[in-house]
Design a binder for this molecule. Structure first.
Ligand code: NAD
Ligand code: WQD
Length: 336
């Protein structure tokens, strides 16, 4: 297949491009580089020994998207491009709806015009909202999202559902990721946040490498085993393989939705302790106040992906720590 990967210069997109190329697919990347790096694309080529066609373009630019579809005979789209900072989205809702919702709208219009009706979308566990029973299961309806980022994901899911209702030739797969972490085992590509990391794993990695003094653990008075929040962390390479499976197995017309997670909750303290145990690098931390909007604990029921896609998260927490550290210690400033 020739696959258009939007956002392919970013964290999850770059890892997915590697898996696609290694499975024999061709990859075309569209990315405006607002949070991605061209160096990541070079590294993908180093890892796989294969070329990536790259168009620096914005998915909201209809002319540019039409040109991409005219130039390449695309069979399917994996759509990662979007903004993803939860806190930032509260202050900039218009930017988030513009990029994530309107961006997807324009992308789908260009796909429709080109006769490409197969899309795999990067959704998020956040669409379950705060009331859903844990573990989250796909049969639970979307809940009330608590920030514009999450709402934009729910809106795009709905947009794509409506598309399938209107035209049964469309094939849509919604992948709801839990907490992707880690890096490619080569150490050549990984997560490279700009500014202060919002997420736990890159923050731990930047403390370990000396870019930040200490980690603040947001709250230790939750009703969990050790008082800190629990999440379902999965290795980004497992997540990338999940996209490959979705593309190869779930290609029938209609809509399908899958959780991609390990099915296991890990606490913030366990994360810090296992990083230090595996890498032997200390991570100074202190306990701080709870972060607004955080839920105490959630993880995936990942049995549907196992049954229907034949996908399970295979890598261990130790793999996640080892690979994060190989990437961060080898690239202390990321791609810069
Ligand atoms: P990322 O920021 O590393 O990658 C996104 C890429 O999209 C970047 O390279 C950026 O430059 C590009 N981009 C953004 N807006 C664009 C636009 N309008 N036109 C073209 N390119 C654009 O993020 P990521 O962690 O790789 O996430 C990928 C997708 O997965 C996002 O849609 C995100 O919401 C979703 N997701 C991520 C997580 C997570 O924890 N990382 C969890 C659930 C869902
Ligand atoms: C994990 C845990 C924090 C940083 C977010 C989005 C979600 C999805 C994944 C895209 C929490 C704690 C964190 C720090 C800390 N993204 N923490 N100190 O909040 O589960 O999910 O990313 O869809 O939508 O909301 O992930 O990595 O931010 O936090 O103690 O400096 O680590 O409180 O318990 P989260 P996270």
């Amino acid at each position: 297949m020739r696959v258009l990967v939007t956002g392919g210069a970013g964290y999850i997109g770059s890892h997915t491009a590697v898996e696609l190329l290694e499975a024999g697919h061709d990859v075309v990347v569209v990315d405006n580089l607002c949070n991605g790096s061209e160096v990541a694309l070079q590294r993908i080529e180093e890892i796989t020994g294969k070329g990536v066609d790259f168009a620096r373009a914005d998915i909201r630019d209809r002319e540019a998207m039409d040109a991409v579809f005219a130039k390449h005979d695309i069979d399917a789209v994996i759509h990662f491009a979007g903004l993803k900072a939860v806190g930032e989205s509260v202050g900039k809702p218009l930017a988030y709806y513009e990029n994530n919702v309107n961006g997807t709208l324009v992308l789908c219009q260009a796909m429709e015009a080109a006769g490409v009706r197969r899309i795999v979308f990067s959704s998020s566990a956040t669409v379950y909202g705060s009331e859903a029973p844990v573990p989250y299961v796909e049969t639970t309806p979307r809940g009330t999202t608590s920030n514009p980022y999450g709402t934009s994901k729910a809106m795009v899911e709905k947009l794509l559902e409506d598309l399938v209702v209107a035209d049964e030739r469309w094939s849509v797969t919604l992948l709801r990721y839990f907490n992707p972490i880690g890096a490619h085992p080569s150490g050549k590509i990984g997560e490279d946040p700009r500014g202060i990391p919002n997420n736990l794993m890159p923050f731990i990695a930047q403390v370990a490498v000396g870019r930040r003094d200490e980690l603040t653990i947001f709250g230790n008075d939750y009703e969990t085993a050790d008082g800190t929040c629990e999440r379902d962390y999965l290795h980004v390479v497992d997540l990338a393989v999940g996209h490959l499976k979705a593309l190869e197995v779930a290609g029938d017309p209609g809509i399908s939705v899958y959780n991609l997670g390990t099915g296991q909750g890990i606490s913030v303290l366990e994360m810090v302790n296992s990083f230090t145990r595996v890498t032997d690098v200390p991570v100074p931390y202190r306990f701080g106040a709870r972060r607004a909007g955080d839920l105490p604990a959630f993880w995936a029921d990942a049995s549907k992906a196992r049954k229907e896609l034949g996908w399970v998260a295979e890598k261990t927490l130790d793999d996640m720590m080892t690979d994060t550290w190989r990437w961060q210690s080898g690239n202390p400033e990321g791609y810069r």
